[in-house]
Design a protein around this ligand. Structure first.
Ligand code: KIV
Ligand code: NA
Length: 263
């Protein structure tokens, strides 16, 4: 049976950890589904890992559409989230038009980065039939505002503000929330406070699911592996075994371990 947002919602209700990886092409999308990964994200991280750029900012809607079409062909029944890239949703009308393109390329849901300023856009998208995944914590599209890729919401006031934002985005209609690079304690707090599933990357072990960039979890970024990721191919001998190891470790609560988390 095809995975839907209802499947992910049910997993949260039952306390079953959700597993997710980024995917950019048909072959890996097919493999991820065969290995029981619950959903895939066509992330704008493709700017880094596929295009060789140093940020996600140059990625276009055309780029995301191209990769979403490929992923959809490889995984006809998979649940596919696609990133709206930098400045493609700065106004609601623009967001609707670009979200339509991603949905028509094969996405089941679109993801956008940011807090309160997106409430109206999220409400408008959901009303028009586009499911939305929100994204809080480290926002890579804002790297130039943040002054680098750093852990976010380490102070109590920022942590409280991030929780309040998460609640507003849920109220606006977001059905999934990615939390990137925040203290594990905040990942837990937000996950307990929301009824929608939270998917963490560097947000500790207590989010409802975990996502990693596929290249990172296969040890392909040899010059720089962020603390929150792990090379699952090491010692496994095959791509298939590496993906299954990731799935099993997340489902059994072994990944992320304290050494992959921020305090
Ligand atoms: O683009 C991406 O890969 C992402 C994940 C890090 C969540 O947004
Ligand atoms: Na992204």
């Amino acid at each position: 049976m095809a995975t839907t947002i209802a499947t992910l919602q049910k997993m949260k209700a039952e306390g079953k950890k959700i597993t997710s990886l980024t995917a950019y092409d048909a072959s890996f999308a097919k493999l991820f589904i065969e290995c029981g990964i619950d959903f895939m994200l066509v992330g704008d991280s493709l700017g880094n890992v596929v295009q060789g750029r140093d940020s996600t900012i140059p990625v276009s809607v055309d780029d995301i559409c191209y990769h979403t079409e490929a992923v959809r062909r490889g995984a006809p029944a998979g649940f596919v989230v696609a990133d709206l890239p930098f400045m493609s949703y700065s106004q609601p009308e623009q967001a609707y038009q670009n979200a339509a393109r991603l949905m028509q390329a094969g996405a089941n849901m679109v993801k956008l980065e940011g807090g309160e300023w997106l409430e109206h856009t999220i409400q408008g998208l959901v009303t028009r039939g586009v499911p939305v995944c929100a994204h809080l914590g480290l926002l890579p599209q804002s790297v130039n505002v943040l002054g680098g890729y750093k852990v976010q919401a380490k102070e109590q006031a920022q942590a409280d503000a991030t929780l309040a934002q998460a609640q507003k985005l849920e109220q606006a209609g977001a059905q999934l929330l990615v939390l990137e690079c925040i203290p594990a304690s905040l990942g837990k707090r937000i996950s307990e406070a929301l009824s929608i599933p939270t998917i963490g990357i560097g947000a500790g072990a207590d989010t409802d699911g975990q996502i990693l960039v596929m290249h990172d979890m296969l040890g392909l970024n040899s010059d720089y592996l962020p603390k929150f990721t792990k090379d699952f191919l090491a010692g496994q001998g095959s791509l298939r075994n590496a993906i299954i190891a990731f799935r099993d470790e997340v489902q059994q609560g072994q990944f992320p371990a304290p050494e992959h988390s921020y305090r």
